[in-house]
Write a protein that binds this ligand. Structure first.
Ligand SMILES: Nc1ncnc2c1ncn2[C@@H]1O[C@H](COP(=O)(O)OP(=O)(O)OP(=O)(O)O)[C@@H](O)[C@H]1O
Ligand SMILES: [Mg+2]
Length: 511
């Protein structure tokens, strides 16, 4: 007898439906064809044990299983449940009416309980598009799948429930979440809030500007100055994610199986990989490609703490995705693309010892050590960072003050207004949405200076010995400062403030 059951395979952030055909015939043997990987080939041991522990068995006949389309590589253990159901249905051990109307997936433990799968959200999206009635999957993944409307999602803990559902019509509990309500409810309660940061008014201002124009930023300061604390709070002042952005970001986190019992992600992600991270873990890749940290930061913030400690090669591989806002991974037989539109926040100590120009510093570094340290971050990556700012620790009196700072939600209101001005400005352009993305031509067009401001900028560049690459960045940041002030034309105030945010271009740093 021949039975069809359905599973799904995820490539990049999209799923493809997999038809599993099970044929049972006279004879003996177990043949699994259609490009399965080793984890799937081993599934028969798990399936055999899980069935036996629940009062069923793999029949002692000739079982042929074909996974189609045959040219698509299937991987992982998430097909255990699909295959088990197919075998039971084909051998008439269970009634299998309507089984072809469901996507059924899950990894089996030997006792029949189900382990989480990866990619539940893209699978659910595809299932809904292709008109499946429902999606049966492990409980841990049910919420992320239930984001998709018009698809019945059933989270199950054990294969027994699925067998009783098909064989005896015992109903399964449908997972229902009100995506919109949950999404909007959590928007105003960021996990980390700027009101926790005492003092540091000028740094907060600087982060507001970075958020408003989408400018990458580097924070330079001694240990304990609060760099990590500040960076963590950047997502909370970026404009709220749209539902579409939230869906895109959730999909990527779903693909790596990082969503734990959660529906739509409503807060922008903040990722902070350790400096020992490999290229692959940072940008994505591997034999079976998976998204890396830059994609997990999509629509949020990637924080590279202690930037000079990262291997230079690792930083090099980030350059292209920073430019393209997506990363493409090619293998002999296929190519996948993961979105990676993130804001980069980096931090560094001003010297390998941690201190700079500080008479009380517990350690000092020689000029040669300084040079070596700073040279690690110079060049292409630094070229993509518009704002450099020095963070000094707040004095004890300030730290112990009771007064709370301005809340993230209030700062975010100003950022959002400035973003709206930019959206309007760039509405005709396909790849530019905010000031940081402007190319030279657009800078010339939207950052025109009157003669007075031009003279001011020229003068400052000479006096502070700013490099040529600083010029365009100052203009972009000045544009954002003007947008925050709601002013059309750039003036001297905007320019002078922007000039302050180029610490590393000054003499004595990266000369
Ligand atoms: N402005 C501040 N307001 C409130 N707490 C602060 C402030 N600055 C620092 N702190 C406290 O000091 C701790 C250390 O700050 P943080 O870890 O952000 O410093 P850092 O600059 O990242 O240091 P390192 O270079 O060691 O990583 C914070 O967890 C916070 O509790
Ligand atoms: Mg830190």
């Amino acid at each position: 007898m021949l039975t069809k059951v359905y599973g799904s395979a995820v490539f990049g952030v999209e799923a493809t439906t997999i038809t599993v055909e099970v044929n049972i015939d006279k004879g003996i043997g177990y043949h699994l064809v259609g490009l399965p990987d080793n984890a799937i080939k081993e599934s028969n041991y798990r399936i055999a044990a899980a069935l036996q522990n629940n009062g069923y068995k793999i029949p002692g006949k000739k079982i042929t299983i074909n996974m189609a389309p045959a040219d698509l590589r299937k991987e992982g253990s998430a097909y255990d449940l699909t295959l088990a159901l197919g075998i039971l249905a084909a051998s008439s051990q269970i009634k299998s009416q309507n089984i072809e109307k469901y996507i059924i997936m899950g990894e089996l433990s030997l006792d029949g309980s189900l382990q989480p799968i990866k990619g539940a959200l893209p699978i659910a999206i595809k299932a809904q598009e292709e008109g499946f009635t429902g999606f049966i999957l492990p409980t841990a993944n049910a919420k992320e799948a239930a984001i998709v409307g018009d698809l019945k999602v059933y989270g199950v803990d054990n294969i027994k429930q699925v067998l009783e559902f098909f064989d005896q019509g015992v109903p399964l509990e449908q997972t229902i979440i009100d995506t919109r309500e949950e999404f909007y409810k959590s928007l105003d309660f960021p996990e980390f809030d700027f009101s926790d940061v005492k003092g540091q008014e000028s740094i907060k201002r600087c982060m507001e500007i970075a958020a408003a124009g989408g400018h990458n930023i580097i924070l330079i300061g001694p240990p304990g100055a609060g760099k990590t604390m500040l960076a963590k709070r950047l997502p909370s002042i970026l404009p709220p994610m749209t539902l579409h952005e939230a869906l895109e970001t959730t999909k990527i986190h779903s693909v790596v199986g990082k969503i734990k019992n959660m529906g739509l992600m409503s807060q922008r992600p903040f990722r902070s990989p350790h400096h020992t991270i490999s290229d692959v873990a940072l940008v994505g890749g591997g034999a079976y490609p998976q998204p890396g940290e830059i994609s997990l930061s999509h629509n949020g913030v990637l924080f590279l703490d202690e930037l000079p400690e990262f291997k230079r090669g690792v930083l090099e591989v980030m350059r292209q995705p920073l430019e393209d806002r997506e990363v493409t991974i090619s293998r002999a037989r296929f190519t996948v693309t993961y979105p990676s539109s993130f804001m980069l926040v980096a931090s560094m100590n001003p010297s390998p010892g941690g201190y700079f120009n500080d008479p009380d510093a517990p350690v000092t570094s020689s000029p040669a050590e300084m040079q070596r340290y700073l040279s690690k971050i110079s060049g292409p990556l630094l070229d993509r960072i518009d704002i450099h700012i020095e963070v000094t620790p707040v004095p004890f009196e300030k730290l112990s003050e009771e007064r709370k700072g301005e809340s993230s939600v209030d700062i975010r209101k100003r950022v959002t207004v400035a973003r709206e001005i930019q959206t309007k400005r760039f509405q005709e352009l396909e790849n530019v949405h905010y000031n940081a993305q402007m190319n030279t031509k657009q800078i010339r067009e939207y950052c025109k200076l009157d003669d007075k401001s031009k003279a001011l900028l020229k003068n400052a560049m000479e006096r502070l010995n700013l490099s040529a690459r600083a010029y365009d960045r100052i203009l972009k940041v000045a544009r954002t400062i003007a947008d925050l002030a709601g002013e059309q034309a750039l003036n001297g105030n905007h320019i002078s403030e922007a000039i302050q945010y180029r610490s590393l271009d000054r003499e004595g740093w990266l000369g």
